[in-house]
Design a protein around this ligand. Structure first.
Ligand SMILES: NC(=O)c1ccc[n+]([C@@H]2O[C@H](COP(=O)([O-])OP(=O)(O)OC[C@H]3O[C@@H](n4cnc5c(N)ncnc54)[C@H](O)[C@@H]3O)[C@@H](O)[C@H]2O)c1
Length: 325
């Protein structure tokens, strides 16, 4: 099938492109415009894979452009978003424009083009701190950061397009994803890259919040399954390992994976405002098992090992001096 992937140059998007190419789909990839002509992480693909992708530089906030990108596609995977939580404190209007406005443009274009399916990417951040665990899809949504609020709005637009116009939408809601190509703002690359450069002390935010982590190849497989499984239109499906680990313990396992003896220190300037920090996310993935036949295949230790190998080989891409938000 002919598919469009937005956010294709990003961390998860590039892995989704990879599984789609392997599955034999014809991929059009929207990469955010930049004057360097960079294709983001698609630049790391072997040239014989790159040649199979129709790359288009652009912006999801540009409605006419999004309409032309969706034209002729059977399935649309919408992953483009601004995703950093700290940056969403600084620039909430950008999150409204990209995450809400961009999603509206994609949904509207898909309606006009009568696509067979549109997969909208949500996030477990929409749940906020767990009110009960494990979290199922019926858990209340709590906008504890502008990022989370913008993703809740985008999810609700997707729901409304399904209810109002019968648009064949599936909303996929990954819990925290990690692995090769993740940006330096995330905790695992932050800890590992500093440790690989020989840091003796690593500064982090709060160490007690717990997250449920999924390796990116497992996440990308869920996207493929969500496109191929019949009869799931209108569903919100989340997925995660079903195990929560604290940031402190995770950071220690990152240090172990790269053989570092660095000390972890929680510093106030890296801590999020108390009510904004999400304390616990833990996934009940029963619906993903039942509807998509999805189960995670990569353990945290194996995933951290593969991530460390990638970061060791690509350390130059990661900034040395500053923390990335
Ligand atoms: N990483 C995670 O743990 C995680 C967990 C749950 C959900 N998600 C969701 O998965 C999706 C992908 O996230 P990621 O982790 O790969 O982040 P990422 O930042 O690596 O990828 C997002 C991509 O979107 C692009 N983008 C941003 N603004 C754009 C615009 N205006 N027009 C076009 N492209 C634009 C960026 O350039 C980037 O390549 C997002 O929707 C995110 O909310 C991520």
């Amino acid at each position: 099938m002919k598919v469009l992937v937005t956010g294709a140059g990003g961390f998860i998007g590039s892995h989704v492109v990879e599984v789609l190419i392997k599955a034999g789909h014809q991929v059009r990839a929207l990469v955010r415009y930049n004057s360097r002509g960079s294709w983001g992480h698609l630049d790391e693909f072997a040239s014989k894979v790159r040649e199979q992708i129709e790359v288009r530089l652009g912006d999801v906030t540009d409605q006419p452009q999004v309409r032309s990108l969706v034209d002729g596609c059977d399935i649309v995977f919408h992953l483009a978003a601004l995703i950093g939580i700290p940056y969403s404190y600084d620039a909430p209007a950008s999150y409204v424009a990209t995450n809400i406005g961009g999603t509206l443009n994609v949904l509207e274009a898909c309606r006009q083009a009568r696509v067979r399916r549109v997969i909208v990417t949500s996030t477990s951040e929409v749940y906020g701190t767990a009110r009960y665990t494990p979290i199922d899809e019926g858990h209340p949504l709590q906008g504890q950061s502008p990022y989370s609020a913008s993703k809740i709005a985008a999810d609700k637009l997707a729901e409304s397009f399904y209810c109002s116009f019968d648009l064949p939408v599936v909303t996929l809601r990954p819990f925290n994803t990690y692995g090769p190509r993740q940006s330096a703002r995330a905790v695992i690359p932050t800890v590992m890259t500093q440790a690989l450069r020989g840091a003796g002390e690593i500064h982090l935010g709060h160490l007690t919040p717990k997250r449920d982590l999924t390796f990116v190849e497992d996440t990308a497989r869920a996207f493929l399954l969500a496109a191929e499984t019949p009869g799931i239109e209108g569903q919100v499906i989340h997925f995660g390992q079903g195990q929560a680990v604290s940031i402190g313990e995770l950071a220690q396992r990152c240090l172990d994976a790269v053989g570092s003896k660095a000390r972890l220190v929680s510093v106030p300037e890296r801590q999020r405002p108390e009510k904004s920090e999400v304390g616990l996310l833990l996934c009940d993935a029963a619906k993903a098992h039942r509807m998509l036949n999805w189960t995670p295949q990569v353990s945290l230790d194996e995933g951290l090992r593969q991530t460390a190998d990638y970061l060791r080989a690509n350390l130059r891409q990661y900034r040395q001096e500053d923390y990335v938000v």
